[in-house]
Design a binder for this molecule. Structure first.
Ligand SMILES: C[C@](O)(CO)[C@H](O)COP(=O)(O)OP(=O)(O)OC[C@H]1O[C@@H](n2ccc(N)nc2=O)[C@H](O)[C@@H]1O
Ligand SMILES: Nc1ncnc2c1ncn2[C@@H]1O[C@H](COP(=O)(O)OP(=O)(O)OP(=O)(O)O)[C@@H](O)[C@H]1O
Length: 284
């Protein structure tokens, strides 16, 4: 049997860091939403009991370091499955970009194998498994829009943002999430207003979604990588309604409501940045 699964990227509409935990992680409060920029994962049953990973991208590991491999391994071990699977990843989401590409591949693999191996696990159960792989995987299992708490694994569903364009630009650097969290200084960090963002989503209030975009990790990444600030400045100059860095960066996104202005922001960014995308949010 063969199955195709979509693995969409996420952006953080808000990201707050509440403190450092004894286990080395940070307590966070994040509002995330999935966007129409997705990897495509093909799962094919094989005759052996191995997990095989294939990808054309030279940035994607093809062994046990791959988060999709880890998802398949976890399911095989947990449910004593002795069947094999070949996992082909058509990589569309930029790597090490703050868009949860690897986490989404892992989540899509969990969802797909749940069907392929007829495990009948609920979304909650899949998300719990996912949180053993990485902090963003639980959210990616749910998709849509959600509030993530704890180290990112406790998910509460939220209404989708008001419809608009999301223009993304990724500078040609990769950022390590661990490095960025390591450089957080809890005394100087700036906290976004998470509850104001939740209100804005509940009221489908585009202006207040724009006003309340905020990311406590942004300053940390901007200090280490000034090119991210340059992209933010350009997006604002070309007329995005609001601009923010996603996750630990370095991808910057701008929200734009009008088609003609989206085109201007997109074309302006393409002038000096290789990886630029204009996509829609995915809805609830
Ligand atoms: C930056 C975000 O992507 C925003 O959505 C997430 O907070 C990070 O999610 P992720 O990449 O799935 O993170 P993980 O793979 O679980 O952790 C990578 C590293 O980031 C740090 N980390 C991650 C999550 C968290 N709440 N606190 C942390 O301090 C830890 O050093 C950890 O070793
Ligand atoms: N399926 C995968 N796709 C991309 N990278 C992967 C995958 N599996 C493992 N990796 C490794 O994970 C690293 C981070 O990649 P990823 O694209 O997931 O980062 P990210 O978007 O910044 O994640 P997040 O937003 O969750 O912090 C890569 O450098 C790569 O070595």
């Amino acid at each position: 049997m063969r199955l195709l699964v979509k693995a969409p990227a996420k952006i953080n509409l808000s990201l707050d860091v509440l403190g450092k935990r004894a286990d080395g992680y940070h307590e966070v409060e994040m509002i995330m939403t999935t966007i129409d920029l997705a990897d495509r994962i093909e799962l094919i049953e094989t005759n052996n009991s191995e997990i095989e990973i294939y990808s054309h991208s030279r940035f994607v590991p093809d062994d046990q370091r791959n988060l999709a491999y880890q998802a398949a391994k976890l399911m095989k071990d947990r449910f004593s499955i002795n069947r094999g699977v070949s996992i082909s990843i058509d990589k569309i989401i930029p790597v090490a970009a703050g868009l949860a590409g690897g986490s989404s591949d892992a989540a899509a693999t969990l969802r797909g194998l749940n069907t392929l191996w007829d495990l009948k696990l609920s979304t909650e159960e899949l998300a719990e498994l996912g949180s053993e792989i990485g902090s963003d995987v639980a959210f990616c299992v749910h998709g849509g829009t959600g509030l993530a708490q704890g180290r990112g694994e406790k998910i509460t569903k939220l209404p989708a943002p008001p419809s608009c364009w999301v223009v993304l630009a990724k500078p040609s650097i990769g950022v390590s999430t661990a490095d960025i969290y390591h450089n957080v200084n809890m005394d100087t960090i700036e906290h976004p207003n998470t509850s104001a963002m939740i209100d804005a989503l509940q009221n489908k209030d585009y202006i207040n979604v724009c006003r309340n975009l905020g990311n406590a990790l942004e300053k940390v990444t901007l200090n280490l990588y000034p090119e991210v600030q340059h992209i933010k400045d350009q997006m604002e100059k070309f007329g995005a309604d609001a601009v923010l860095m996603s996750g630990s960066g370095p991808t910057v996104f701008g929200l734009v409501q009008h088609d003609s202005r989206m085109q201007r922001v997109y074309n302006g960014l393409r002038g000096f940045c290789n990886q630029v995308y204009a996509v829609r949010m995915l809805g609830e």
